[in-house]
Design a binder for this molecule. Structure first.
Ligand SMILES: *Cc1c(COP(=O)(O)O)cnc(C)c1O
Length: 354
């Protein structure tokens, strides 16, 4: 029997978020997680918080907000936290857009953007990446209309790993109308090594229409707990708090995020190891004959076009799970040296076969 309940007519037209697959016994290089488990100090903080889960978490997560504000050296009123930064992306659309308003972003970019935009009743507008798989900021400027409320610039870009530089981004921000918010999604900021790739906080200090989004899921290794934050003008963080689902950032995540910031040096040392592996993996892929855009994140992008799915199947034969985007390319997360070696062998044998 089919339920007579009315659901939204447009749900079928929403793309589904495709998570990286988890295959028992296989190496997972599909979701841009870091390979290291939580530090003992973080596990300890989670265990402590677990003894009080009969109580609601701090609704405003003020201890975490204050800790993040101190870390970033911005006023606490300019920080908002959420259940992963994907939640903050959705809150931004909900807080800024009325039905029919436009949200602009590059494509291909983070696959949550079009979904969240449509769920909130706004209209996604996309601009293709340029020939180097990088944001085409000039074309994005041209795509701004009177209905544009929000522009996502994912820097470095997921899934291509490419980053826009300071001069380009400054020129772009100078031309975006001041009532349009530019959200710099810096989920991979901690892996950036090119000094010409700006820290979004530089812009926050001098502009009233820039927000910076960060997460504890990637470099800080807390993907399973769901914590992220936005740094933005106070008017924007206030709006974000209005559309926050009450208590959605849970008590364990709040405690773990604070403990992770306290252990930042140790965690950043791990990131440097991943960055070293990133260089090794990319060089090996180039040597095998692959095209690999320069990456500033903890993953590489193989623009294999119609061979993307076939490549992923081949990797799976070697027990490596990667993330294919059918017809476009494959994103491969940097893992441990041993995991990366298994992947590189699979990539090399794919080339020999082709
Ligand atoms: C992973 C990711 C996020 C956020 O992840 P959360 O786990 O929700 O914090 C945001 N933006 C991009 C581009 C990402 O890749």
């Amino acid at each position: 029997m089919t339920s007579p309940v009315h659901t939204r007519a447009d749900l079928d037209s929403l793309p589904n978020y495709v998570p990286g697959r988890t295959v028992p016994g296989a190496i997972k290089l599909a979701s841009n997680e870091v390979p290291g488990g939580p530090l003992p100090s973080v596990t300890e903080a989670i265990a402590q918080a677990a003894t009080q889960v009969n109580r609601y978490p701090d609704m405003g997560a003020w201890a975490l907000v204050d800790r993040v504000a101190r870390e970033l050296d911005v006023p606490a009123e300019q920080v908002a936290v959420g259940c992963g930064s994907v939640s903050l992306c959705q809150q931004l659309v909900q807080a800024l857009c009325e039905p029919g308003d436009e949200v602009l972003f590059a494509w291909r970019s983070f696959e949550a953007y079009p979904i969240l935009t449509q769920i909130a009743g706004a209209t996604p507008v996309t601009v293709p990446l340029d020939a180097t798989h990088t944001h085409d900021l000039d074309a994005m400027l041209d795509a701004i209309t009177p209905r544009t409320r929000l522009v996502f610039v994912c820097n470095p870009n997921n899934p291509t790993g490419t980053a826009v530089r300071r001069a380009q981004l400054t020129r772009f921000l100078d031309k975006v109308p001041p009532h349009v918010l530019v959200a710099l999604d810096e989920a991979y900021r901690e892996f950036v090594t090119d000094e010409e790739v700006p820290d979004g906080l530089e812009f926050l200090r001098e502009r009233e229409n820039v927000a910076v989004l960060r997460t504890f899921s990637k470099a800080y290794g807390l993907a399973g707990l769901r914590a992220g934050y936005a740094a933005a003008p106070a008017k924007v963080t206030e709006a974000l708090r209005k559309v926050y689902v009450p208590f959605s950032l849970n008590a364990l995540a709040q405690a773990a995020a604070i403990a992770s910031l306290d252990a930042k040096d140790e965690l950043m040392a791990r990131c440097r190891d991943i960055v070293a592996e990133r260089t090794r993996v990319r060089d090996a892929l180039l040597a095998s004959g692959y095209v690999v855009p320069e990456t500033q994140a903890n993953f590489v992008w193989l623009p294999l076009a119609e061979r993307a799915s076939e490549f992923a199947e081949h990797a799976l034969d070697s027990k490596v799970v990667v993330r294919p985007f059918a017809g476009d390319g494959v994103r491969v997360t940097i893992g441990t040296p041993e995991e990366n070696d298994v992947f590189l062998d699979a990539a090399a044998s794919f080339q020999r076969r082709a």
